[in-house]
Design a protein around this ligand. Sequence first.
Ligand code: GLP
Length: 241
Amino acid sequence: MEIVIVPDAAAGGELIAAAIADLLSAKPDALLGVATGSTPLPIYQALAARVQAATLDASRARICQLDEYVGLPAGHPESYRSVVLREVVEPLGLTEESFLGPDGNAQDIAAAAIAYDRALAEAGGVDLQLLGIGTDGHIGFNEPCSSLASRTRIKTLTRQTREDNARFFDSLDEVPHHVITQGIGTILEARHLVLLATGEAKAEAVALALEGPLSAAVPASALQLHPHATVVVDEAAAAGL
Ligand code: GLP
């Protein structure tokens, strides 16, 4: 595993945007798995700046989601589909046609999760998967004690994750209890995993994931199993290393 310590979140965003730009120049139609939350926003801003400055051609890139809330109404601004369209797809000048995501409003959520796993495989697999990390060590929405071999499926959020994500909603009550998330086994199939963690709130989870034992209790420790994983942390998130 490659661990890069950067001075701050903006530097992390630039570094990862440069890696994505390199990937797209080698493979213009690469499938890029994106994460939500606050952490990856500097990556998306750095990518959009390159597209605007015409130093990056992302016009053939394909984008896919890591996870999704179950049951938010279509078009809800905090559904991860809406977030990814707003923060990634539109700023890069792409359309929904280049975008893959699970259906969090399907009648049969279990079937929708299996269908999404299959769709990722049929799209040729994810070339580079961006990840954040939850304060409890989760990746995607794979909460502690998720199977390290898990596939895309429905999960129930812990109270802590719902509280962490309540800032995006008017109240905690509005945060869904259920989600569809790529499983840890699914995530590990991406050709390159890139996890960004910034801020002191992530320091403990980062230390456990990178230097603790491989354990389902810390889902991000699964990166230790991957042959090509890069972890970019700012000084604050690296404090426990
Ligand atoms: C959510 C997402 C994760 C993300 C995490 C951390 O739980 N499902 O993919 O990594 O939030 O978010 P943030 O970067 O805002 O701390």
